[in-house]
Design a protein around this ligand. Structure first.
Ligand code: AKB
Length: 311
């Protein structure tokens, strides 16, 4: 029987919903409390409403359940965040401070904080962007993640809180829909293909971005959190790579399975965000420190996505 009690904040989101199921498998249904600001219809696990900006409510949930690990996934993403920059900052940073402060005060042992490739901006090598490249994010989301990385390290060094973090690339999965991100097109495109509809992409055809399949993203998260603390050499956040492709390359991969699928390109404001990000990521620190190894590339991901979405 696991002695750990897990709290997932933002459990209805694209990653949160899939991660919650994986955590329930690892720790047992009774030991994983899913929370979100909105109700979750038809969910049969333990679920509670929780606003990440309500610190007393987080403290009460942690104390009531004897929580030992928190996965804090609630945040406004890159594209949506630009519609209301100050509110995005308040939610992303306010939520993070509430989680860190409650964890510190209540004796929570481990916290997972998702960072993003959005921490990168100007003055980086676009190909194989290194772990320690300069961070000059252009979006408020990216600024909040870059700051959050430093605060993660601060809480670890100052208070001994075992915060661990990954810089997620765009995450692609059949289980859930993303919302408000710049990489969302890479999920949408599969849904259009399976419905037999033409797709208009909001990025231009040759803009390559780092991406990862959901199965790999979830496994990376669990492996990082399960690793012995002595292996975690990077206390800001780890670069994490799965694959890298442009809209025209994913379109071709789908067309190989769905002949006749048609894609056109109408770049909007998200194009500038995408252009500020790396094209591919050097994740050797994660590989060397705790053995990270992705399993999915564009081809086997496309087969799996289409198989599940057709079902
Ligand atoms: C976004 O597009 O904003 C996110 C991310 C890369 O962090 N998917």
């Amino acid at each position: 029987m696991s002695k750990d009690k897990i709290l997932v904040i933002g459990a209805n989101g694209q990653i949160g919903s899939v991660l919650t199921e994986a955590l329930r498998k690892e720790f047992g249904d009774a030991n994983v409390i899913a929370t979100d600001i909105r109700a979750r219809e038809g969910y049969d696990g333990q679920f509670e409403l929780l606003n990440v900006l309500d610190r007393p409510a987080i403290a009460s949930t942690v104390n009531r359940h004897g929580i030992t690990q928190v996965y804090h996934l609630a945040a406004i993403l890159s594209a949506k965040g630009e519609q209301n920059p100050l509110q995005t900052w308040d939610i992303n940073m306010g939520g993070l401070f509430n989680v860190f402060e409650v964890a510190r005060e209540t004796g929570v042992q481990k916290v997972f904080f998702p960072s993003s490739i959005a921490v990168f901006g100007a003055d980086i090598p676009k190909q194989m962007t290194p772990q320690n490249a300069v961070l000059k994010p252009t979006t408020v989301y990216g600024m909040s993640k870059a700051s959050g990385e430093l605060w993660s390290q601060y809480y670890f060094q100052k208070f001994g809180l075992d915060v661990r973090s990954l810089r997620y690339p765009g995450v692609i999965g059949w289980q859930s829909q993303p919302g408000g991100g710049t990489t969302d097109y890479a999920v949408e495109i599969y849904h259009y293909a399976v419905r037999g509809e033409d797709y208009t992409c909001f990025l231009s055809e040759n803009t390559a971005l780092p991406m990862i399949y959901m199965d790999d993203a979830i496994r990376a998260t669990l492996e990082l959190m399960d690793a012995d603390a002595s292996k975690i050499g990077e206390r800001t956040s780890y670069n994490l790579a799965g694959m890298s492709f442009s809209p025209s390359e994913i379109a071709a991969a789908i067309q190989a399975q769905v002949p006749g699928f048609s894609v056109s390109y109408q770049p909007d404001f998200r194009q500038a965000i995408a252009e500020s990000w790396p094209a591919s990521i050097d994740d050797r620190a994660a590989r060397n420190d705790w053995g990270w190894q992705p399993k999915y590339n564009l081809e086997n991901m496309t087969k799996d996505m289409l198989f599940h979405l057709k079902k």
